[in-house]
Design a protein around this ligand. Sequence first.
Ligand code: CP
Length: 306
Amino acid sequence: MKFQKDLLGIKQLDADQIQYILKTAESMKKIIFSESTKAPQLAGKSVMTMFYENSTRTRTSFELAAKYLSATASNMAVSSSSVKKGETLIDTTRTINMMGTDCIVIRHENAGAPHLVAQNVDATVINAGDGMNEHPTQALLDFFTMQEQMGSVEGKKVAIIGDVYHSRVARSDAYGLLKLGAEVVMAGPRTLLPNDLESLGVKMYTDVDKAIKDADVVMPLRLQLERQKNCFFPSGYEYAKYFGVNEERMKLAKKDALIMHPGPVNRGLELQSSLYAPDKSVIDRQVTNGVAVRMAVLHLFINRNL
Ligand code: CP
């Protein structure tokens, strides 16, 4: 299977490439739980994480994934770097590239920043989230978790609920799930629903109950308060009441429907706190699968010419 130099979004992948990454992640997951978590695929390679926005899951799982495959993993701490002296994105990443870095994993608040970097360095560039555009490895770990639990996503109804407008996860999930044959529905306050996804085949509702009805997967999204300069909804209380996923609402979904969340969770806002538990949701499983998927992505893109 052929891969490009960079992973910038789910948009660039076809269904066969997505499935190949997920299949590779299955074998990577075995490494995480084996006696020795040192596999040789990236021996002699180096991976640099550069996060211009905060992260717990994505950054640490990329670092672990690189180390589990024997790469040298380093993090450029943006907040104490020369970025703070005004160095441009291109100059910063070219500098990192010239240190012999094989892969730059970048998160940036501006949509398109990883694409710009990819044009200016010969290292592989992995998009770890760019503004409101895409978060491809989050989507891949979501697909992995769905397939692990349900076998296939084809014909399954996936309901993505809440702050869709600000969500790069919702966009990457929608692009990929539609390619894999799933039905994708979204719901939230009208002010938090984008206009660009219906034309792709996503159904939009302002009534959350309609979206959740008979769903196989229910995925509330984090309310991205840091991106909201305007008031998009009256209050947290009302948001939880009308748009939050809770035990009562989950009775509308199919029996044994999966509850997923990309994290971090605003407990009691988009998700009833009791549902963030291993016997109620697969959120913890998503985190583990994130390491396996990122191992697969690093291996397949860095070693694409082998
Ligand atoms: N889901 C996700 O991207 O989480 P972090 O912001 O913690 O990386």
